[in-house]
Design a protein around this ligand. Structure first.
Ligand code: CTP
Length: 398
């Protein structure tokens, strides 16, 4: 990732056992040509020494805001020069401070005085992570535009297993580098559909698809990283809104179709990731249907095919479709790309992807098939967006 050269990151380390992973993270970032200025809290120095971090980065470590060696302005100078501040690991205590805008040591002051992106990699025991106070603070950080990296689930230093483990250094380095992606989609509107749709049967029941929305949300995130204006039309999901995206929440396929029609005119790229229900109930009952003695027959009528509609517009955006198949992936995917007349289709086996955090994709375009090997959905989303960039010609009739 050449574009990351000459960038400057302040790597903030707080007092948790995962601090040892910050040494590897610093090494990986330096290897990518990034200038890394480490700032540590006093507590962090109990877990890893400033000497280690200085040796890895080649720069003296900032710890004390009253250090006579600088001009007393380390917090302003460091944040002024930084392209991003990364806190890894971020303890529950430090996250609480950030959420409340406290600034009682060098690192928290530096965060408050910043004029750049702030990325936070939480690391704590599962009880601390699950505590409502921590969850409130995390929500506050997300509202404030702070990017969260992780945490992950797994075996913890305390011997328990659960959520709260810091992401591995390799993963963190990748996420940090993504912030420095060149803004190749700046000025381009990317319209996406994601998640399932819900087709009412009556007041309390409905037909839906198994879809978590994770792939669509990851693609929205990847498009945002490339500087796109992102509009995400989402069926019901339990996911957080990608920061910076405009999210239109819908329920049924008909609502999704209406929202797409309203948004599509100035879109440069359309990505249909939603698992749209192909059928809806002809006459949904306004009241709850009462149980009878015999069988019940529901009449289903087809829903509009949103992707085909967009691809068939006189001046369509560049269209990307998704296909989740349970068998004969390649045959179905090729046929689907042709039937929907779209330049790019991403296919996966449904059983390998639904609800999971990772996936593998086969991309089908005019030149053939391109395999994206198994990886987490955000990594795949970034790779898919890079493939879109290769094919997308702004202004051209796609
Ligand atoms: N799609 C859509 N509107 C629909 C159905 C599907 O926009 N009513 C989009 C999906 O978002 C996806 C692609 O079309 O990008 C493929 O959807 P899929 O359901 O797999 O294809 P279908 O054409 O419905 O074929 P089948 O269900 O028979 O596999």
């Amino acid at each position: 990732m050449e574009q990351a050269r000459q960038k400057r990151i302040v790597l903030g380390i707080t007092g948790g056992i995962a601090a040892y992973k910050a040494a590897e993270l610093a090494r990986l970032l330096v290897k990518q040509g990034i200038e890394v200025q480490v700032a540590m809290t006093e507590a962090a120095c109990h877990f890893i020494t400033p000497a280690t971090m200085q040796a890895l980065t080649g720069r003296p470590v900032l710890v004390n805001q009253w250090d006579a060696a600088d001009n007393g302005m380390a917090h302003i100078d460091s944040s002024r020069a930084a392209d991003a501040i990364v806190i890894a690991p971020a303890t529950a205590d430090f996250i609480a401070k950030l959420a409340h805008g406290q600034a009682d040591d060098l690192l928290s002051t530096l965060c408050l005085a910043r004029n750049c992106a702030l990325l936070v990699a939480p690391a704590m025991n599962k009880q601390m992570w699950g505590n409502p106070a921590t969850q409130r603070n995390i929500e506050q950080l997300e509202r404030d535009g702070v990017a969260l990296l992780g945490p992950a689930s797994g075996v913890q230093a305390c011997g328990e297993e659960g959520m709260g483990r810091m992401l591995e250094a390799e993963q963190l380095a990748q996420d940090i580098l993504a912030v420095f992606q060149p803004k190749l989609l700046s000025g381009v509107k990317v319209l996406l559909t994601a998640g399932p749709t819900y087709e009412a049967i009556d007041a309390v029941r409905g037909i839906t698809n198994r879809s978590s929305g994770k792939m669509g949300y990851a693609l929205a995130q990847a498009a945002l990283e490339l500087g796109a204006e992102v509009v995400l039309i989402s069926g019901p999901t339990a996911l957080n809104k990608p920061h910076g995206a405009q999210v239109v929440n819908v329920s049924s396929a008909a609502e999704m179709f209406e929202a797409v029609k309203q948004q599509v005119a100035d879109a440069g790229i359309f990505i249909g990731v939603a698992a749209v229900a192909d059928y809806r109930v002809a006459q949904a009952s306004e009241q709850k249907i009462k149980k009878g003695d015999g069988s019940l027959t529901l009449e289903l009528v087809p829903n509009p095919d949103i992707l085909s509609y967009v691809a068939g517009l006189p001046k369509p955006p560049f269209c990307v479709g998704f296909a989740a198949e349970s068998e004969q992936l390649h045959e179905h995917a090729r046929a689907k790309r042709q039937a929907k007349r779209i330049p790019l289709l991403a296919a996966n086996l449904a059983q390998a992807a639904i609800g999971t955090d990772d996936n593998e994709l086969a991309l089908f375009d005019d030149t053939g098939e391109h395999v994206l090997p198994r990886a987490d959905k955000l990594t795949l989303a970034r790779q898919l967006m890079l493939h879109v960039l290769k094919l997308y010609q702004p202004g051209a009739k796609q």
